[in-house]
Design a protein around this ligand. Sequence first.
Ligand SMILES: Nc1nc2c(ncn2[C@@H]2O[C@H](COP(=O)(O)OP(=O)(O)OP(=O)(O)O)[C@@H](O)[C@H]2O)c(=O)[nH]1
Ligand SMILES: [Mg+2]
Length: 533
Amino acid sequence: MEKNIQKTKNKEIANRRTFAIISHPDAGKTTLTEKLLLYGNAIDLAGNVRARRNQRNTTSDWMEMERQRGISITSTVLQFPYQDHIINLLDTPGHQDFSEDTYRTLSAVDSAVMVLDAAKGIEPQTRKLFDVCRQRGIPIFTFINKMDRPARSPLELLDEIENVLGMQPVPINWPLGDGINFKGVYDRRKAGIYLFERTLRNEKMSPEKFYTFKALLDTKLMNRDYIDQVQSDIELLDGLGIEFNQQRMLNEEQTPVYFGSALTNFGVRLFLESFIHLAPAPQPYESDLGLVSPSDEEFSGFVFKIQANMNPKHRDSVAFLRICSGKFSRGMDVIHTRTGKTIKLQRPYKLFANEREIIEEAYPGDVLGIPNTGELGIGDTLSEKKVLKFAPIPRFHPEHFALLRLSDLGKQKQFLKGLRQLEMEGAVQVLYNVDAFKREPILAVVGELQFDVVQARLENEYNVPTSLERLSIDIARWVKGPEEDIKRINERSNNIVCLDSQNKYVALFHENYHMNLVKQKYPSLVFEMQNST
Ligand SMILES: Nc1nc2c(ncn2[C@@H]2O[C@H](COP(=O)(O)OP(=O)(O)OP(=O)(O)O)[C@@H](O)[C@H]2O)c(=O)[nH]1
Ligand SMILES: [Mg+2]
């Protein structure tokens, strides 16, 4: 009996694929996500990022502001079954102002799909995210997107991957033409070409047909030049003897490369089918008690994200927990490492963007949505018996600061609640001036777009209008030392002393010069970039 349970669990683990889609803004992550859902039969018709009237929006950009602006702001988790596998797909925002959210999401995945725009190649934000994957040891798949538009030559794109990222690109398929001539892809494993047809508004799967080179030439469907070009490219590739090797991919020495168009659906099915076979199953996680393997008996996991008000029907906050080991069963008791308290996981959800469904069981690699009344924070570990701690998720250093004012004083309670929830999400850090006469919240963010998000969300989700006054602050430091000295920092030069949500002191300076003056005057004070406790 015991043995059978273990066998089932191992099969469940082996079948899971938990991955993030990453890239520079606008390369097509959300569009590709939507099409993977279409091919995974998780949706009937695919929506658009910039949906016009009467058109469907994408599933993963569910937030009002995402739909208005056509950009992703927050990561989304989508779980769906595909060919005996369970896929946990995490669509991330590309804009660097939201990169803290993307980085947290990367802590919860076993592989990443890097989307490149075929006309642009590797863009700056892609490069940065690639470095994060490297540091974390996350293997990378490459999807070269937008082949339906004029593209750079495939060989040139491969060269760029090799030179800029220092990984050997291994093409799994190869495009036939680009722009309006992009009609299909050559599948190297099957040694033949799939031709695709477009569907109305690209909402449905593309009909496709398989041909050998010879059969395709006979049909006269394609201009001979394109076929010759692909044939000579393939001969060149085969001649180079570059073979896919899973271990080399896991070591990040290789990246499998796919060409396609998320917009027109060309190449999406081929990518998904290949991906589930080549991508790694859930991997072990580092903890303070050593490596935790997915096959370990005891349940464990960590919170990598918190999101409030995902669903208008349930205006609550949900903690996203990546399961690292054991099996989750509904109603189980777990230890919350940070507080030592026991929590009963009574009603966790399976997540599908902003939709949710109560889940009875879950396995390593899955993401549980846990209703959160404030006890769970980002980076917290939950475990069944042993008290252990997974590696912390570092916070980014804030670089922009602004005073936030409530425009309708009758809404003070909602205002404070909203701010508290957005802070818990890590959408913003909220500081309060210790000078009682200036007790307005100061928002501290990594990127300026976060200000817009906080204001729009306070308005949309809490019905609280606000105004913002930017502060000319260049430097923030967490301060430790004698309290009487800390309180003197704001005696001159418009320096500000604040408390953060954990009642830690933060000093804000107009410029470096002012901080140095304070350092000279009060040598007992220690200044840190982040709250280190
Ligand atoms: N022509 C063409 N356009 C595409 C393709 N994929 C995406 N797009 C368009 O590119 C724009 C950006 O697409 P998104 O899917 O939102 O890109 P993203 O990478 O999710 O962007 P962020 O999440 O904001 O970083 C949209 O207008 C899409 O319709 C493609 O294969 N071909
Ligand atoms: Mg997106």
